[in-house]
Design a protein around this ligand. Structure first.
Ligand code: NAG
Ligand code: NAG
Length: 528
């Protein structure tokens, strides 16, 4: 970040199939194709899902594997950690720069994992489970390396100031790769907490496919939580270089609750649940009604997950605290739906949620995710949501999330897809070092620190490499967007923008396919 900040069900259900079906599937196929092509233009969520996962390959740091699909990238950052005598090769570059920032990277992995857990079947039906797990593992492999002792976690590699001074491909990097850590004397409960949350959530993802790895992740997660809980402090007080980039404004109490939540989900160990209950008040878990969910502020996600426990018999004795969590969760959902008394999230004239001008899409992306999860929760429990502005059903909530995603994919005044590489019109000058400079695979001639600014950054030419699947910062309060490389508030993409969309695309794809089959059934039945 720049400074400051598919499967179809058997169609004809029931008794006897219509005669023409018995007579030929070819005819049926023709009819179905005609049906699809005459539908109003729907968004291709399958394509969006596949593309969103490619983005994580473009952001890879370290030695790229043989099956790397984003082929304009090559190995980079191969000496990360060397100066400090620790192997920190791997992980993700954060955004358009090459700093590996621990806190947003961990949040990215937590969101990818949550999406995989919540929408497992939908992602599997779309054939993207492998890629999703690879995206998660690229992050967790790095966290394992970065957690070098029970109470030592490497927080960052590189630093914003020196990194931003240069405009280079990652393969050419000449900037400082100094690494920074937190430990007992230099605590960072927020970073330790979020990394614990990421590894605990990922341990659930790998539980069946790779149980050994899952155990390993859980072990790290438990240690990190203990470290963060025992040695309390904000990581930006210990790692000063992060202050003007990813300062922990909300502090560390949300991450400690968040970590306990994910550890409880991963272990079923009641001690973690007790932690959530006994610290609910003092850590702001049930006090903070908040209308944004980000790499910094975890309360809304925590509150939504806590609400689900209300349904479980064994948690009845804590119903009072859980109700309070739920009330705050509902506040968040109602504010997104513009149905609170007063405090709502702003919207652009075309209906995009709008929080602030710098990288506004991160709030849209996380809101779409939480709304989708909450809609599923209400549907499963056959419940409604009561907002000040009225009673809301699960369909309305999902439709609102869909409206945000459709805006992202091009249903907006500029007909612009803010998901790079999707559709026919998308940002051409994404603020991204690697994408804006000729591919290293094509031209291995060294490009120096400021040479990149002169020869590549300062041109009006479109980026030579398309950063497929990146969600850029997006339009302003008036739905305007200026596709310029130096307009980093709008044209820069971050890993945590795309991460929540993976699960949402899979869910919307599944919902649209069900609708399509349902509508087709109706047409078939009415044509008999
Ligand atoms: C809505 O907000 C207004 C202004 O803060 C307040 O006076 C009113 O009592 C609120 N209504 C409800 C039902 O909470
Ligand atoms: C967006 O698409 C609509 C419908 O095709 C068209 O009427 C409108 O002029 C387009 N707007 C821009 C800015 O391209």
């Amino acid at each position: 970040m720049e400074k400051n900040n598919r499967k179809q069900k058997d169609h004809v259900g029931g008794s006897k199939p219509p005669r023409f079906v018995q007579h030929g599937y070819l005819f049926l196929f023709f009819f179905f194709t005609l049906f699809i092509t005459t539908q109003s233009k729907a968004f291709d969520y399958a394509d969006a899902l596949s593309k969103s996962l490619l983005y994580f390959e473009a952001q890879r740091s370290g030695r790229l594997p043989y099956n790397q699909r984003v082929t304009w990238r090559d190995h980079s950052g191969l000496t990360d950690g060397l100066e400090q005598g620790v192997d920190l090769v791997g992980g993700y570059y954060d955004a358009g720069d090459h700093v590996k920032f621990g806190l947003p990277m961990a949040f990215t992995v937590t969101m990818l994992s949550w999406g995989a857990i919540e929408f497992w079947q939908q992602i599997a039906d779309a054939g993207e489970l492998e890629h999703t797990m690879e995206a998660i593992k690229w992050g967790t492999d790095y966290f394992i390396k970065a957690h070098t002792g029970p109470n030592v976690l490497w927080a960052e590699v590189g630093d914003g100031d020196t990194d931003h001074y240069c405009w280079q491909r990652p393969e050419d990097m000449t900037t400082s790769r100094q690494a920074f850590k937190i430990d007992e004397k230099n605590p960072g409960s927020d970073l330790a907490g979020e990394t614990a949350a990421a590894m605990a959530a990922a341990s659930i993802v790998f539980r069946n496919t790779n149980p050994h790895y899952s155990h390993l992740l859980l072990h790290h997660a438990q240690q990190l939580f203990e470290f963060g809980d025992r040695y309390r402090g904000k990581y930006d007080g210990s790692v000063g270089v992060v202050k003007s980039y990813y300062a922990s404004v909300s502090g560390y109490m949300d991450e400690l609750l968040w970590a306990a939540m994910w550890l409880y989900k991963a272990t079923d160990n009641e001690e973690y649940f007790e932690y959530l209950i006994s610290n609910a008040h003092t850590f702001g878990g049930i006090g903070w009604a908040i209308t944004e969910f980000t790499w910094d502020v975890k309360y809304a996600g925590l509150q939504i997950l806590a609400s689900k426990f209300l349904m479980e018999e064994k948690h009845k004795k804590h119903a009072d605290i859980l109700e309070k969590y739920r009330s705050k969760a509902e506040y968040y959902i109602c504010s997104c739906l513009n149905k609170n008394n007063g405090s709502n999230v702003n919207q652009t004239p075309s209906g995009l949620l709008y929080v602030r001008q710098w990288n506004n899409m991160q709030y849209v992306s996380t809101a779409s995710f939480l709304l989708t999860v909450y809609s599923d929760f209400l549907q499963n429990k056959n419940q409604h949501l009561t907002c000040h502005g009225g009673i809301v059903g699960h369909e309305e909530i999902l439709n609102f999330a869909k409206s945000q995603v459709d805006y992202i994919l091009g249903l907006n005044p500029l007909n612009m897809s803010y998901l790079v590489g999707y559709g026919s019109k998308y940002p051409n000058r994404v603020h991204h070092r690697g994408a804006s400079i000729v591919s290293y695979r094509e031209n291995k001639g060294f490009i120096g620190c400021t040479q990149g600014y002169d020869d590549w950054y300062n041109t009006q030419k479109p980026n030579p490499n398309i950063l497929v699947g990146a969600l850029v910062g997006g339009p302003d309060l008036q739905d305007n967007f200026d596709d310029q490389r130096n307009n980093y508030m709008q044209t820069e993409a971050c890993t945590y923008n795309t991460a929540p969309l993976v699960g949402v695309f899979a869910k919307l794809l599944h919902t649209e396919n069900k609708k399509l089959v349902h509508d087709f059934d109706s047409i078939l039945v009415s044509s008999i």
